[in-house]
Design a protein around this ligand. Structure first.
Ligand SMILES: NC(=O)c1ccc[n+]([C@@H]2O[C@H](COP(=O)([O-])OP(=O)(O)OC[C@H]3O[C@@H](n4cnc5c(N)ncnc54)[C@H](O)[C@@H]3O)[C@@H](O)[C@H]2O)c1
Length: 441
Protein backbone atom coordinates (compact mmCIF):
# COMPACT_ATOMS: atom_id res chain seq x y z
CA UNK A 1 0.00 0.00 0.00
CA UNK A 2 2.92 2.33 0.71
CA UNK A 3 4.24 1.72 -2.80
CA UNK A 4 0.82 2.43 -4.33
CA UNK A 5 0.73 5.67 -2.31
CA UNK A 6 4.18 6.59 -3.62
CA UNK A 7 3.44 5.82 -7.26
CA UNK A 8 -0.09 7.24 -7.27
CA UNK A 9 0.01 10.53 -5.31
CA UNK A 10 -3.59 11.29 -6.33
CA UNK A 11 -4.91 8.17 -4.55
CA UNK A 12 -5.61 8.34 -0.81
CA UNK A 13 -4.40 5.12 0.79
CA UNK A 14 -5.65 4.19 4.26
CA UNK A 15 -4.21 1.11 5.99
CA UNK A 16 -6.48 -0.21 8.71
CA UNK A 17 -5.69 -2.96 11.22
CA UNK A 18 -7.49 -3.91 14.41
CA UNK A 19 -4.08 -4.49 16.04
CA UNK A 20 -3.53 -1.11 17.70
CA UNK A 21 0.09 -1.85 18.69
CA UNK A 22 0.98 -2.58 15.08
CA UNK A 23 -0.70 0.56 13.80
CA UNK A 24 1.18 2.58 16.44
CA UNK A 25 4.45 1.10 15.15
CA UNK A 26 3.52 1.98 11.55
CA UNK A 27 2.96 5.54 12.77
CA UNK A 28 6.32 5.63 14.58
CA UNK A 29 9.96 5.86 13.45
CA UNK A 30 10.49 2.16 14.15
CA UNK A 31 8.39 0.30 11.56
CA UNK A 32 7.33 -3.22 12.58
CA UNK A 33 8.64 -4.75 9.36
CA UNK A 34 12.26 -4.57 8.25
CA UNK A 35 12.52 -4.38 4.45
CA UNK A 36 15.28 -2.61 2.51
CA UNK A 37 13.87 0.66 1.10
CA UNK A 38 10.59 0.54 3.01
CA UNK A 39 11.47 3.27 5.52
CA UNK A 40 12.10 5.71 2.68
CA UNK A 41 8.81 4.89 0.93
CA UNK A 42 6.82 5.28 4.15
CA UNK A 43 8.63 8.50 5.05
CA UNK A 44 7.80 9.99 1.63
CA UNK A 45 4.10 9.12 1.77
CA UNK A 46 2.93 8.99 5.39
CA UNK A 47 0.89 12.05 6.19
CA UNK A 48 0.68 12.90 2.48
CA UNK A 49 -1.61 10.26 0.95
CA UNK A 50 -0.84 7.31 3.24
CA UNK A 51 -2.51 6.89 6.63
CA UNK A 52 -2.40 4.13 9.23
CA UNK A 53 -5.38 3.82 11.54
CA UNK A 54 -7.35 1.40 13.70
CA UNK A 55 -10.62 2.83 12.42
CA UNK A 56 -11.46 -0.26 10.34
CA UNK A 57 -15.09 0.67 9.73
CA UNK A 58 -14.32 4.27 8.77
CA UNK A 59 -11.67 3.09 6.34
CA UNK A 60 -14.12 0.68 4.71
CA UNK A 61 -16.86 3.30 4.48
CA UNK A 62 -14.70 5.86 2.72
CA UNK A 63 -12.88 3.59 0.28
CA UNK A 64 -13.75 2.87 -3.36
CA UNK A 65 -11.34 -0.07 -3.50
CA UNK A 66 -10.82 -2.30 -0.45
CA UNK A 67 -7.76 -4.57 -0.38
CA UNK A 68 -8.23 -7.49 2.00
CA UNK A 69 -4.77 -8.53 3.22
CA UNK A 70 -5.59 -10.26 6.51
CA UNK A 71 -3.76 -13.38 7.64
CA UNK A 72 -4.85 -16.79 6.30
CA UNK A 73 -2.90 -19.22 8.50
CA UNK A 74 -3.05 -23.00 8.35
CA UNK A 75 -6.05 -24.26 10.30
CA UNK A 76 -5.07 -25.78 13.64
CA UNK A 77 -8.41 -27.35 14.60
CA UNK A 78 -11.30 -29.40 13.21
CA UNK A 79 -11.70 -30.56 9.63
CA UNK A 80 -8.59 -29.89 7.55
CA UNK A 81 -6.42 -29.14 10.63
CA UNK A 82 -2.74 -28.82 9.67
CA UNK A 83 -3.56 -28.32 5.98
CA UNK A 84 -6.55 -26.18 5.08
CA UNK A 85 -6.42 -22.39 5.27
CA UNK A 86 -8.21 -20.84 8.22
CA UNK A 87 -10.54 -18.35 6.53
CA UNK A 88 -12.13 -16.91 9.64
CA UNK A 89 -10.37 -13.54 9.25
CA UNK A 90 -11.40 -13.26 5.59
CA UNK A 91 -14.97 -14.08 6.49
CA UNK A 92 -14.97 -11.57 9.35
CA UNK A 93 -13.83 -8.84 6.97
CA UNK A 94 -16.52 -9.79 4.42
CA UNK A 95 -19.17 -9.51 7.14
CA UNK A 96 -17.84 -6.14 8.32
CA UNK A 97 -17.84 -4.83 4.75
CA UNK A 98 -21.40 -5.97 4.15
CA UNK A 99 -22.48 -4.28 7.39
CA UNK A 100 -20.78 -0.90 7.04
CA UNK A 101 -20.05 -0.26 3.35
CA UNK A 102 -22.40 1.95 1.35
CA UNK A 103 -22.40 2.41 -2.41
CA UNK A 104 -20.38 0.53 -5.01
CA UNK A 105 -17.04 -0.93 -3.94
CA UNK A 106 -14.35 -3.09 -5.45
CA UNK A 107 -13.18 -5.75 -2.99
CA UNK A 108 -9.70 -7.06 -3.78
CA UNK A 109 -8.47 -10.36 -2.35
CA UNK A 110 -4.80 -9.67 -1.60
CA UNK A 111 -4.40 -12.43 0.99
CA UNK A 112 -3.43 -15.85 -0.33
CA UNK A 113 -6.58 -17.94 -0.23
CA UNK A 114 -7.84 -21.27 -1.59
CA UNK A 115 -9.44 -21.27 -5.01
CA UNK A 116 -13.16 -20.39 -4.83
CA UNK A 117 -12.87 -18.19 -1.72
CA UNK A 118 -14.34 -15.29 -3.67
CA UNK A 119 -17.49 -17.45 -3.92
CA UNK A 120 -17.76 -17.39 -0.11
CA UNK A 121 -17.21 -13.63 0.01
CA UNK A 122 -19.83 -13.03 -2.68
CA UNK A 123 -22.27 -15.33 -0.91
CA UNK A 124 -21.92 -13.34 2.33
CA UNK A 125 -22.55 -10.11 0.42
CA UNK A 126 -25.58 -11.59 -1.38
CA UNK A 127 -27.07 -13.02 1.83
CA UNK A 128 -26.79 -9.58 3.43
CA UNK A 129 -28.51 -7.92 0.50
CA UNK A 130 -25.48 -5.94 -0.73
CA UNK A 131 -24.20 -8.29 -3.46
CA UNK A 132 -25.23 -6.00 -6.32
CA UNK A 133 -23.00 -3.16 -5.07
CA UNK A 134 -19.72 -5.04 -4.89
CA UNK A 135 -17.28 -6.54 -7.37
CA UNK A 136 -14.82 -9.07 -6.01
CA UNK A 137 -11.38 -9.32 -7.63
CA UNK A 138 -8.42 -11.59 -6.94
CA UNK A 139 -5.06 -9.82 -7.00
CA UNK A 140 -2.55 -12.17 -5.36
CA UNK A 141 0.77 -10.75 -4.17
CA UNK A 142 4.00 -12.21 -5.54
CA UNK A 143 6.54 -10.02 -3.71
CA UNK A 144 9.29 -11.80 -1.82
CA UNK A 145 10.22 -10.69 1.70
CA UNK A 146 13.69 -9.16 1.77
CA UNK A 147 13.22 -7.66 -1.72
CA UNK A 148 9.60 -6.54 -1.31
CA UNK A 149 10.05 -2.90 -2.30
CA UNK A 150 12.16 -3.67 -5.37
CA UNK A 151 9.70 -6.41 -6.38
CA UNK A 152 6.78 -3.99 -6.10
CA UNK A 153 8.58 -1.26 -8.05
CA UNK A 154 9.30 -3.67 -10.86
CA UNK A 155 7.12 -6.79 -10.69
CA UNK A 156 7.54 -9.66 -13.16
CA UNK A 157 3.76 -9.50 -13.44
CA UNK A 158 0.65 -8.22 -11.73
CA UNK A 159 -2.21 -10.71 -11.80
CA UNK A 160 -5.83 -9.58 -11.63
CA UNK A 161 -8.73 -12.04 -11.76
CA UNK A 162 -12.33 -10.94 -12.09
CA UNK A 163 -15.75 -11.99 -13.26
CA UNK A 164 -16.19 -12.19 -17.01
CA UNK A 165 -19.17 -9.80 -16.98
CA UNK A 166 -19.25 -6.12 -18.07
CA UNK A 167 -19.21 -5.01 -14.39
CA UNK A 168 -16.39 -7.46 -13.62
CA UNK A 169 -14.32 -6.27 -16.60
CA UNK A 170 -14.84 -2.66 -15.53
CA UNK A 171 -13.61 -3.41 -12.01
CA UNK A 172 -10.57 -5.25 -13.38
CA UNK A 173 -9.75 -2.22 -15.54
CA UNK A 174 -10.09 0.14 -12.55
CA UNK A 175 -7.55 -1.87 -10.57
CA UNK A 176 -5.29 -2.37 -13.59
CA UNK A 177 -5.21 1.42 -14.07
CA UNK A 178 -3.81 1.82 -10.53
CA UNK A 179 -0.86 -0.47 -11.29
CA UNK A 180 -0.47 0.89 -14.83
CA UNK A 181 0.91 4.13 -13.36
CA UNK A 182 4.25 2.35 -12.97
CA UNK A 183 3.89 -1.21 -14.28
CA UNK A 184 4.02 -1.71 -18.08
CA UNK A 185 0.64 -2.87 -19.39
CA UNK A 186 2.06 -6.07 -20.86
CA UNK A 187 3.00 -7.15 -17.34
CA UNK A 188 -0.55 -6.80 -16.07
CA UNK A 189 -2.23 -10.16 -16.66
CA UNK A 190 -5.98 -10.50 -16.34
CA UNK A 191 -7.74 -13.84 -15.87
CA UNK A 192 -10.93 -15.23 -14.48
CA UNK A 193 -11.27 -15.31 -10.68
CA UNK A 194 -10.47 -18.98 -10.19
CA UNK A 195 -7.31 -18.88 -12.29
CA UNK A 196 -5.95 -15.92 -10.31
CA UNK A 197 -6.72 -17.54 -6.96
CA UNK A 198 -5.17 -20.85 -7.97
CA UNK A 199 -2.11 -19.29 -9.65
CA UNK A 200 -0.80 -17.91 -6.39
CA UNK A 201 -0.84 -21.31 -4.68
CA UNK A 202 0.71 -22.94 -7.73
CA UNK A 203 3.44 -20.28 -8.03
CA UNK A 204 4.54 -20.86 -4.44
CA UNK A 205 4.29 -24.64 -4.83
CA UNK A 206 6.57 -24.53 -7.90
CA UNK A 207 9.12 -22.28 -6.16
CA UNK A 208 9.22 -24.46 -3.05
CA UNK A 209 9.42 -27.58 -5.21
CA UNK A 210 12.61 -26.29 -6.83
CA UNK A 211 14.19 -25.80 -3.41
CA UNK A 212 13.19 -29.28 -2.24
CA UNK A 213 14.43 -30.76 -5.51
CA UNK A 214 17.91 -29.25 -5.22
CA UNK A 215 18.00 -30.02 -1.49
CA UNK A 216 17.25 -33.68 -2.18
CA UNK A 217 20.15 -33.69 -4.63
CA UNK A 218 22.41 -32.03 -2.04
CA UNK A 219 22.21 -35.20 0.07
CA UNK A 220 23.24 -37.28 -2.93
CA UNK A 221 26.13 -34.89 -3.62
CA UNK A 222 27.43 -35.33 -0.07
CA UNK A 223 27.23 -39.10 -0.47
CA UNK A 224 29.06 -39.14 -3.80
CA UNK A 225 31.60 -36.31 -3.67
CA UNK A 226 29.75 -34.16 -6.21
CA UNK A 227 29.35 -30.44 -5.42
CA UNK A 228 25.75 -29.23 -5.46
CA UNK A 229 26.70 -25.68 -6.56
CA UNK A 230 28.47 -27.14 -9.58
CA UNK A 231 25.45 -29.30 -10.36
CA UNK A 232 23.14 -26.26 -10.03
CA UNK A 233 25.32 -24.25 -12.37
CA UNK A 234 25.39 -27.04 -14.92
CA UNK A 235 21.65 -27.66 -14.97
CA UNK A 236 20.71 -23.98 -14.61
CA UNK A 237 22.41 -23.14 -17.90
CA UNK A 238 19.65 -25.08 -19.66
CA UNK A 239 17.22 -22.31 -20.57
CA UNK A 240 14.30 -24.67 -19.92
CA UNK A 241 15.42 -25.02 -16.30
CA UNK A 242 16.91 -21.55 -15.65
CA UNK A 243 19.48 -20.58 -13.00
CA UNK A 244 17.31 -19.11 -10.22
CA UNK A 245 16.10 -20.84 -7.05
CA UNK A 246 18.62 -23.66 -7.38
CA UNK A 247 20.59 -22.85 -4.23
CA UNK A 248 20.76 -25.74 -1.78
CA UNK A 249 20.22 -24.78 1.87
CA UNK A 250 19.03 -25.82 5.31
CA UNK A 251 15.50 -25.70 3.89
CA UNK A 252 12.92 -23.07 3.12
CA UNK A 253 11.01 -21.13 5.78
CA UNK A 254 8.70 -18.15 5.78
CA UNK A 255 5.02 -17.75 6.37
CA UNK A 256 3.96 -18.70 2.85
CA UNK A 257 5.58 -21.72 1.17
CA UNK A 258 4.59 -24.43 3.62
CA UNK A 259 1.17 -22.94 4.33
CA UNK A 260 0.33 -22.52 0.66
CA UNK A 261 1.48 -26.01 -0.37
CA UNK A 262 -0.51 -27.59 2.46
CA UNK A 263 -3.46 -25.55 1.30
CA UNK A 264 -2.98 -26.94 -2.23
CA UNK A 265 -2.69 -30.45 -0.80
CA UNK A 266 -5.96 -29.99 1.05
CA UNK A 267 -7.71 -28.72 -2.07
CA UNK A 268 -6.49 -31.72 -4.07
CA UNK A 269 -7.74 -34.10 -1.38
CA UNK A 270 -11.07 -32.30 -1.26
CA UNK A 271 -11.51 -32.83 -4.98
CA UNK A 272 -10.58 -36.54 -4.70
CA UNK A 273 -7.10 -36.14 -6.22
CA UNK A 274 -5.14 -38.18 -3.66
CA UNK A 275 -2.09 -38.84 -5.86
CA UNK A 276 -1.78 -35.16 -6.76
CA UNK A 277 -2.02 -34.26 -3.07
CA UNK A 278 0.70 -36.78 -2.15
CA UNK A 279 2.98 -35.43 -4.90
CA UNK A 280 2.85 -31.88 -3.53
CA UNK A 281 2.98 -32.94 0.09
CA UNK A 282 6.36 -34.56 -0.59
CA UNK A 283 7.80 -31.06 -1.17
CA UNK A 284 7.06 -30.18 2.47
CA UNK A 285 8.26 -33.57 3.72
CA UNK A 286 11.58 -33.14 1.91
CA UNK A 287 11.97 -29.70 3.49
CA UNK A 288 11.33 -31.05 6.99
CA UNK A 289 13.84 -33.82 6.32
CA UNK A 290 16.49 -31.33 5.17
CA UNK A 291 16.13 -29.23 8.34
CA UNK A 292 16.36 -32.30 10.59
CA UNK A 293 19.28 -33.65 8.55
CA UNK A 294 21.30 -30.49 9.18
CA UNK A 295 20.80 -30.65 12.95
CA UNK A 296 21.56 -34.39 12.94
CA UNK A 297 24.81 -33.77 11.05
CA UNK A 298 25.89 -31.19 13.62
CA UNK A 299 25.17 -33.66 16.41
CA UNK A 300 26.98 -36.43 14.49
CA UNK A 301 30.06 -34.24 14.11
CA UNK A 302 30.13 -33.84 17.91
CA UNK A 303 30.70 -37.59 18.25
CA UNK A 304 26.94 -37.88 18.78
CA UNK A 305 27.40 -36.13 22.11
CA UNK A 306 26.12 -32.58 22.02
CA UNK A 307 25.26 -32.44 25.72
CA UNK A 308 26.77 -29.37 27.38
CA UNK A 309 28.65 -28.41 24.22
CA UNK A 310 28.17 -24.95 22.80
CA UNK A 311 26.70 -24.49 19.32
CA UNK A 312 26.62 -20.99 17.80
CA UNK A 313 23.79 -20.37 15.35
CA UNK A 314 24.45 -17.44 13.03
CA UNK A 315 21.17 -16.10 11.68
CA UNK A 316 17.64 -16.72 12.88
CA UNK A 317 15.40 -14.94 10.31
CA UNK A 318 14.01 -17.26 7.64
CA UNK A 319 16.13 -15.45 5.04
CA UNK A 320 18.38 -12.41 4.84
CA UNK A 321 17.14 -8.82 4.81
CA UNK A 322 14.01 -9.52 6.83
CA UNK A 323 13.19 -9.71 10.53
CA UNK A 324 10.52 -12.33 9.82
CA UNK A 325 11.13 -15.63 11.61
CA UNK A 326 7.94 -17.47 10.75
CA UNK A 327 8.69 -21.15 9.94
CA UNK A 328 12.41 -20.34 9.95
CA UNK A 329 14.65 -23.42 9.65
CA UNK A 330 16.58 -22.01 12.64
CA UNK A 331 13.63 -22.79 14.93
CA UNK A 332 13.64 -26.53 14.29
CA UNK A 333 17.46 -26.69 14.28
CA UNK A 334 17.65 -24.98 17.70
CA UNK A 335 14.97 -27.28 19.10
CA UNK A 336 16.76 -30.41 17.86
CA UNK A 337 20.02 -29.22 19.42
CA UNK A 338 18.35 -28.36 22.73
CA UNK A 339 16.76 -31.81 22.76
CA UNK A 340 20.35 -33.16 22.73
CA UNK A 341 21.10 -30.87 25.71
CA UNK A 342 23.48 -28.64 23.76
CA UNK A 343 23.99 -25.00 24.73
CA UNK A 344 22.66 -22.97 21.81
CA UNK A 345 23.80 -19.37 21.30
CA UNK A 346 22.01 -17.44 18.57
CA UNK A 347 23.12 -14.28 16.84
CA UNK A 348 20.95 -12.44 14.31
CA UNK A 349 21.44 -8.81 13.24
CA UNK A 350 17.71 -8.01 13.05
CA UNK A 351 15.71 -10.43 15.19
CA UNK A 352 15.13 -9.39 18.82
CA UNK A 353 16.12 -11.82 21.59
CA UNK A 354 12.57 -12.05 22.94
CA UNK A 355 11.33 -13.39 19.59
CA UNK A 356 14.12 -15.97 19.41
CA UNK A 357 13.20 -17.29 22.86
CA UNK A 358 9.47 -17.42 22.19
CA UNK A 359 9.86 -19.00 18.73
CA UNK A 360 12.05 -21.82 20.03
CA UNK A 361 10.56 -22.39 23.48
CA UNK A 362 7.03 -20.97 23.37
CA UNK A 363 5.62 -17.66 24.60
CA UNK A 364 7.08 -16.48 27.91
CA UNK A 365 9.30 -19.56 28.36
CA UNK A 366 13.03 -19.49 29.08
CA UNK A 367 15.73 -22.19 29.07
CA UNK A 368 19.20 -21.47 30.45
CA UNK A 369 20.68 -23.46 27.57
CA UNK A 370 19.32 -21.05 24.94
CA UNK A 371 21.02 -17.65 24.87
CA UNK A 372 21.27 -14.76 22.44
CA UNK A 373 24.57 -13.03 21.61
CA UNK A 374 25.09 -9.41 20.52
CA UNK A 375 27.83 -10.23 18.01
CA UNK A 376 28.92 -13.28 16.02
CA UNK A 377 32.19 -13.29 17.97
CA UNK A 378 30.40 -13.43 21.31
CA UNK A 379 28.35 -16.35 19.96
CA UNK A 380 31.50 -18.18 18.83
CA UNK A 381 33.30 -17.89 22.16
CA UNK A 382 33.98 -21.40 23.48
CA UNK A 383 31.71 -22.93 20.81
CA UNK A 384 32.40 -26.40 19.42
CA UNK A 385 30.32 -25.64 16.33
CA UNK A 386 29.53 -22.44 14.45
CA UNK A 387 26.66 -22.87 11.99
CA UNK A 388 25.37 -20.34 9.46
CA UNK A 389 21.61 -20.74 9.14
CA UNK A 390 20.58 -17.42 7.52
CA UNK A 391 22.50 -16.00 4.55
CA UNK A 392 23.03 -12.46 5.95
CA UNK A 393 25.69 -10.70 3.85
CA UNK A 394 27.75 -9.84 6.94
CA UNK A 395 28.51 -13.55 7.48
CA UNK A 396 30.44 -13.64 4.20
CA UNK A 397 33.16 -11.39 5.55
CA UNK A 398 33.52 -12.14 9.26
CA UNK A 399 37.01 -12.42 10.73
CA UNK A 400 37.04 -16.21 10.64
CA UNK A 401 40.59 -16.46 11.98
CA UNK A 402 39.35 -14.62 15.09
CA UNK A 403 36.34 -16.92 15.31
CA UNK A 404 38.60 -19.97 15.02
CA UNK A 405 40.79 -18.68 17.83
CA UNK A 406 37.75 -18.19 20.08
CA UNK A 407 36.35 -21.71 19.59
CA UNK A 408 36.92 -25.06 21.30
CA UNK A 409 38.88 -27.55 19.19
CA UNK A 410 38.26 -29.29 16.90
CA UNK A 411 36.48 -26.19 15.57
CA UNK A 412 33.55 -27.30 13.43
CA UNK A 413 32.00 -25.00 10.87
CA UNK A 414 28.65 -25.68 9.19
CA UNK A 415 27.54 -23.47 6.33
CA UNK A 416 23.82 -24.06 5.92
CA UNK A 417 23.62 -21.56 3.04
CA UNK A 418 26.86 -22.20 1.13
CA UNK A 419 27.95 -18.55 1.32
CA UNK A 420 31.52 -18.77 2.62
CA UNK A 421 34.70 -20.07 1.02
CA UNK A 422 35.07 -23.43 2.75
CA UNK A 423 38.58 -23.97 1.37
CA UNK A 424 39.74 -20.73 3.04
CA UNK A 425 38.20 -21.82 6.33
CA UNK A 426 39.82 -25.20 6.03
CA UNK A 427 43.19 -23.45 5.66
CA UNK A 428 42.52 -21.57 8.92
CA UNK A 429 42.06 -24.92 10.64
CA UNK A 430 38.28 -25.46 10.72
CA UNK A 431 36.66 -28.79 9.96
CA UNK A 432 34.07 -27.64 7.47
CA UNK A 433 30.68 -28.80 6.29
CA UNK A 434 28.67 -27.27 3.45
CA UNK A 435 25.30 -28.38 2.10
CA UNK A 436 25.89 -30.78 -0.79
CA UNK A 437 29.69 -30.37 -0.60
CA UNK A 438 32.60 -32.75 -0.13
CA UNK A 439 32.87 -32.40 3.65
CA UNK A 440 35.29 -33.07 6.50
CA UNK A 441 32.68 -32.82 9.27
N1 LIG B 1 4.21 -11.87 3.97
C1 LIG B 1 4.37 -11.99 2.65
O1 LIG B 1 5.44 -11.81 2.10
C2 LIG B 1 3.20 -12.33 1.77
C3 LIG B 1 3.39 -12.38 0.39
C4 LIG B 1 2.30 -12.70 -0.42
C5 LIG B 1 1.08 -12.97 0.15
N2 LIG B 1 0.93 -12.92 1.50
C6 LIG B 1 -0.39 -13.20 2.06
O2 LIG B 1 -0.90 -12.01 2.65
C7 LIG B 1 -1.73 -12.33 3.78
C8 LIG B 1 -1.24 -11.55 4.99
O3 LIG B 1 0.11 -11.93 5.27
P1 LIG B 1 0.99 -11.17 6.35
O4 LIG B 1 2.32 -11.83 6.33
O5 LIG B 1 0.90 -9.70 6.14
O6 LIG B 1 0.17 -11.56 7.70
P2 LIG B 1 0.20 -10.87 9.12
O7 LIG B 1 -0.37 -11.86 10.07
O8 LIG B 1 1.55 -10.29 9.38
O9 LIG B 1 -0.80 -9.60 9.01
C9 LIG B 1 -2.20 -9.72 8.95
C10 LIG B 1 -2.83 -8.52 9.67
O10 LIG B 1 -4.26 -8.56 9.49
C11 LIG B 1 -4.86 -8.03 10.66
N3 LIG B 1 -6.28 -8.42 10.73
C12 LIG B 1 -6.77 -9.69 10.82
N4 LIG B 1 -8.12 -9.65 10.82
C13 LIG B 1 -8.49 -8.36 10.71
C14 LIG B 1 -9.75 -7.68 10.66
N5 LIG B 1 -10.90 -8.36 10.69
N6 LIG B 1 -9.75 -6.33 10.57
C15 LIG B 1 -8.60 -5.64 10.55
N7 LIG B 1 -7.37 -6.21 10.58
C16 LIG B 1 -7.32 -7.56 10.66
C17 LIG B 1 -4.01 -8.58 11.78
O11 LIG B 1 -4.16 -7.82 12.95
C18 LIG B 1 -2.59 -8.51 11.18
O12 LIG B 1 -1.93 -7.32 11.55
C19 LIG B 1 -1.66 -13.85 3.93
O13 LIG B 1 -2.77 -14.41 3.27
C20 LIG B 1 -0.38 -14.20 3.20
O14 LIG B 1 -0.40 -15.52 2.71
C21 LIG B 1 1.95 -12.57 2.33
Amino acid sequence: MAVIALKAPDIEVTVVDMNAARIAEWNSDQLPVYEPGLDEVVRATRGRNLRFTTDVEGGIREADIIFVAVNTPTKTYGIGAGRAADLRYIEAVARTISRVAVGPKIIVEKSTIPVKTSETIKDIFAANGVGGNFQVLSNPEFLAEGTAVADLFSPDRVLIGGERTPEGEKAVETLASVYARWVPRDRIITTNLWSAELSKLVANAFLAQRISSINSISALCEATGADVDEVSRAIGRDSRVGPKFLKASVGFGGSCFQKDILNLVYLCEKFGLGDVAAYWESVVKMNDWQKRRFAAQIIGSLYNTAADKRVAILGFAFKKDTNDTRESAAISICRDLLAEQAHVVVYDPRVPASLIHSDVLGAGKRDARLTVAQTPYEAAEGAHVVAIVTEWDEFRSLDYARIFALMAKPALFFDGRNIVDLAALRRIGFRVHGIGKPNDA
